[in-house]
Design a protein around this ligand. Structure first.
Ligand code: ADP
Ligand code: MG
Ligand code: MG
Length: 201
């Protein structure tokens, strides 16, 4: 399942790289789509002979993103996957509680590394609502349904960055002029969650 997600993510990021870079051109330096496409192409290249377990695969993804994406988002997405990998040592099946554990660990890692909080107009504004959506899920719904809810929360979270004033990253240099535009990192995070939901089950 993880490999299917990662391949889909690479495909979607590649398809959407121009629109991600356009978002970044408005409030940053215009490279977010290219950065992410380069990183996920490198990830996809490692999936033909993936490591045997979830923890090792997530770690490999994190290392690959750190060494290929660059910019602010490279170390942050790298940390996201590395910290998911560490948390994966404690999970067996990739059910809803497991995804909640993994994604919460990844998000905590991003927040610690980037010293950002909700409302700073970053990728966290898509990722935090996604984890919250999973946390609100009781044992009832099956995994695809829960991940679809998380993806929808991430999409809404990314959209909600539009009126925000950026307090982290390049967009923060614009101050109030960063308002009125969607954050590119939040947009790419929503794509990753959507790819996960689309390949679950
Ligand atoms: P750069 O800004 O170095 O060109 P990218 O364009 O690849 O890097 O990534 C920009 C994205 O990184 C932003 O849209 C934002 O979502 C995210 N980002 C930047 N700084 C932080 C931070 N401190 N915490 C969380 N996310 C951040
Ligand atoms: Mg950029
Ligand atoms: Mg850059």
């Amino acid at each position: 399942m993880l490999c299917v997600w990662l391949r889909r993510a690479a495909q979607v990021i590649d398809d959407r790289q121009d629109s991600l870079s356009v978002l970044d051109a408005v409030i940053g330096d215009g490279d977010h789509g290219a950065n992410m496409a380069r990183g996920f192409r490198a990830v996809a290249g490692k999936l033909d002979e993936p490591p045997p377990d979830v923890a090792a695969l997530l770690k490999l993804v994190g290392m690959t993103l750190i060494s290929t994406v660059g910019g602010a988002s490279g170390p942050l997405y790298g940390t996201f996957f590395l910290d998911m990998g560490k948390a994966a040592r404690d999970v067996s099946a990739l059910d809803v509680p497991a995804w909640r554990t993994l994604l919460a660990a990844g998000v905590a890692g991003v927040a610690a590394r980037g010293k950002a909080v909700a409302g700073d107009k970053t990728m966290l504004d898509a990722l935090i609502p996604a984890v919250a959506a999973l946390s609100g899920t009781q044992s009832g719904p099956d995994t695809p349904q829960a991940l679809a809810r998380a993806a929808e929360a991430a999409r809404q979270g990314a959209e909600a960055t539009i009126p925000m004033i950026a307090r982290k990253g390049r967009a923060s240099y614009l101050g109030e002029r960063s308002a009125g535009h969607e954050d590119p990192g939040a947009a790419s995070s929503a794509l990753l969650l959507t790819a996960l939901a689309d390949t679950a089950g």
